[in-house]
Design a protein around this ligand. Structure first.
Ligand SMILES: Nc1ncnc2c1ncn2[C@@H]1O[C@H](COP(=O)(O)OP(=O)(O)OP(=O)(O)O)[C@@H](O)[C@H]1O
Ligand SMILES: [Mg+2]
Length: 271
């Protein structure tokens, strides 16, 4: 299980970063640690969501490498690179965070991805789990920096557009030389439309349009999560009580544990 990668993918704004942050915190609560969080979105927001200071990014290393190439040094460039990569980790309680950053120009992605790939392969064995917050859309998957993913979490709103995006991402994952051991669909923001949607009159999402997955989790709209985002307050241990049971279930599925009633929903035995 060491180094198991959980990748969060989906359409823009579907809730990838929010659920990645919630699952990372839940992993720590159930004592799966240490965890490595990887912000693989060039528009990095995972550190912000978790309320931690991001270190430098892998993209920043390009400049440093460029400068080092001009300088004469007794330290081999490879060793310098390893040292700089290690400095990029922002170390928090129970987890570390690594940010890919935004490379300048399309071709630079190859270089940054190659660095991330090499570094991840070296690092992952030191962690119980690696939570990767991916870039929106499908491009990221085709540049995926790892060749085996324990769980691919497809985050989608339960709308025709949301489900179609999730389906396309799942199809792309099929076509790539990436081994995905498990797929979980996280239907996010359920009930956001208010009481009418949550009520009996609402037929609910048409899951016939959903991708083929091993399991589906229904994550409700959680006003606390939304308010925190608006106010710039982080997702800490007290965040998202309404979404917590679904996050517990999602975390269990990521870990390959059989679905069971989340703790916060389990009833006390009748005496
Ligand atoms: N279950 C939820 N309940 C309430 N609000 C949510 C929930 N999930 C996500 N949100 C809100 O939806 C917005 C988008 O979420 P988030 O940033 O996690 O999406 P994303 O998929 O990472 O977006 P991007 O594609 O821009 O990276 C945020 O305001 C977040 O607080
Ligand atoms: Mg995001």
């Amino acid at each position: 299980m060491a180094g198991a990668i959980f990748a969060f993918s989906g359409k823009g704004g579907a809730g990838k970063t929010t659920l990645a942050a919630m699952v990372l915190r839940q992993l720590l609560r159930v004592n799966v640690k240490p965890v490595l969080g990887v912000d693989a979105d060039p528009n990095a927001t995972l550190a912000l969501a978790l309320g931690v200071q991001a270190g430098g990014s892998i993209a920043d290393l390009r400049d440093r490498m460029g400068q080092a190439a001009q300088e004469i040094s007794e330290i081999p460039k490879e060793r310098l690179l390893d040292q700089w990569l290690a400095e990029l980790l922002s170390e928090e309680v129970g987890f570390d965070l690594l940010t890919m950053g935004r490379p300048e120009g399309p071709r630079c992605y190859c270089y940054v991805n190659a660095l991330l790939r090499r570094y991840l392969q070296e690092l992952r064995g030191s962690y119980q789990a690696v939570v990767v917050d991916c870039e929106a859309g499908m491009e990221y998957l085709s540049r995926l920096t790892v060749d085996d993913v324990e769980t691919l979490v497809l985050v989608a709103e339960a709308t025709p557009v949301g489900l179609a995006s999730a389906r396309r991402i799942a199809q792309l994952a099929d076509a790539l030389p990436v081994q995905v051991h498990r797929r979980v669909l996280a239907l996010n923001n359920l009930g956001r439309g208010g009481p009418a949607e949550a009520g009996a009159a609402w037929p609910g999402p048409d899951l016939a349009q959903a991708p083929q997955v091993d399991a589906t989790v229904r994550v409700p709209f959680d006003a606390d999560l939304y308010r925190r985002c608006v106010a710039g307050r982080p997702i800490d241990d007290s965040a998202g009580a309404a979404a917590r049971p679904a996050v517990e279930e999602l975390t269990g599925l990521c870990l390959g544990r059989p679905a069971e009633a989340p703790k916060s929903q389990q009833k006390e035995p009748i005496a």
